[in-house]
Design a protein around this ligand. Structure first.
Ligand code: NAD
Ligand code: 89V
Length: 349
């Protein structure tokens, strides 16, 4: 058992585009520190070690088997996650891994089963639900102020140039749903509860990309609520709303609108009020990424707090299977033109 006073020592894998947000955030997280960084590109590994003051760097993730690490943070793309998580599971090292968990549900199920069989905890770094505005919205819903939820709309539409920083998105066949849809499906579960049926229409609007860059999904939740989740990288508006999620949640007694500028507008019989959720004002965050960047330290602190207390992760691999089943059902619905029940894809969770 690691003394509370001692920091948990982590290995960080994947010194690419998004890693800087993780590495800045680890410097803020209480009870943990990054002891070594690994990237198969030695220049990236060495440069990041220098920039973030990390004592050790390497190019081979097998360093996981050295027995020196209390956890590993995997910040690589989805095709690499199964092999890297398997290395960690073999070494008995707890994992926090970036989304998407894997390209398809079958691989997600394999990963989760192996980790569970070995008793190694795995958490998805799914940070949209850790955004300040959605923590506050969850509180309002849990307070009962708008009553039992009956309907939700979550939309994430803009035309940010995501391709320059994340060129792998141009080639990937499963694009919009796995890149942003997965954030929205997790949010829909977090705000409206589990869902079991999906209807989906996909579109490829922009020329020259392999997968869909827009998707419109209809969900039926287990509590009979219905939600619409729509995402697009081909939505031209000024100002560009990246990375804001807009929408509304309706209940039997009122409605909460999710408005531009991180405003929650609460409508009840008592009247209407606005709550504005300001950014945290960190030195290393900058528009338009601030809303996402501010959620990274919260996500990582949750991982460490749960590791230390033994509490279940909110976005454990096991819980996240329900999110990836919805994504799989969405692709199946888009391909077949019919509503798909996740029970068709997975006997039980
Ligand atoms: P990237 O391709 O820029 O960086 C990945 C790095 O991992 C590269 O430097 C690569 O050399 C390294 N790598 C890959 N396989 C490796 C291996 N087996 N061993 C060692 N190093 C290896 O990718 P990125 O844009 O930083 O995205 C990483 C992940 O973060 C993606 O899954 C993406 O979807 C996700 N992401 C999440 C958010 C968010 O949380 N909101 C935002 C952007 C990206
Ligand atoms: O959050 C993500 O996963 C990224 C995005 C550009 C949306 O931030 O891909």
């Amino acid at each position: 058992m690691i003394a509370v006073s001692q920091n948990l020592k982590g290995l960080f894998i994947g010194a690419g585009f998004f890693s800087r947000n993780h590495l800045h955030a680890w410097a803020e997280v209480e009870g943990a520190e990054i002891a070594a960084i690994c990237d198969r590109d030695p220049q990236r590994a060495e440069a990041a070690a220098k920039e973030y003051g990390i004592a050790e760097w390497g190019t081979d993730a097998a360093m996981l088997q050295s027995g020196r690490f209390d956890f590993v943070d995997i910040c690589t793309t989805m095709e690499t996650h199964e092999a890297l998580i398997a290395l960690a599971v073999q070494a008995g090292v707890p994992v926090i891994v970036q989304k998407p968990m894997a390209p398809d549900l079958a691989t997600c199920l394999r990963i989760e089963a192996q980790a569970r069989a070995a008793g190694v905890p795995v958490m998805l770094h799914e940070n949209f639900r850790f955004q300040k505005i959605f923590r506050r919205l969850r509180e309002i819903l849990s307070s009962g102020e708008i009553g039992e939820v009956t309907f939700g709309r979550l939309n994430w539409r803009n035309d940010i140039d995501v391709y320059t920083n994340q060129p792998y998105l141009i080639e990937t066949k499963r694009f919009m749903i796995m890149d942003v849809g997965i954030h929205m499906l997790d949010l829909a579960r977090y705000l409206l509860g589990d869902a079991s049926e999906v209807s989906c229409f996909n579109q490829s609007v922009k020329e020259g990309i392999a997968g869909e860059d827009a998707a419109t999904m209809l969900l039926r939740h287990d509590n009979k609520a219905v939600s619409v989740v729509d995402v697009s990288y081909a939505s031209h508006k000024s100002p560009n709303l990246f990375p804001q999620t807009l929408g509304e949640i309706e209940g039997r007694l009122g409605t909460v609108e999710i408005l531009e500028g991180q405003v929650l507008r609460i409508h009840t019989a008592a009247g209407r009020r606005d709550e504005v959720l300001a950014a945290d004002g960190r030195s290393w965050t900058s528009e338009p990424w601030t809303q996402i960047q501010d959620s990274v330290p919260r996500t990582q602190q949750h991982f460490i707090d749960c590791l230390r207390s033994g509490r279940d992760f909110e976005t454990s691999a096991g819980d996240s299977l329900k999110t990836y089943a919805l994504a799989e059902a969405a692709y199946c619905s888009a391909a077949t033109g019919r509503t798909v029940a996740i029970a068709e894809l997975v006997k039980e969770f």
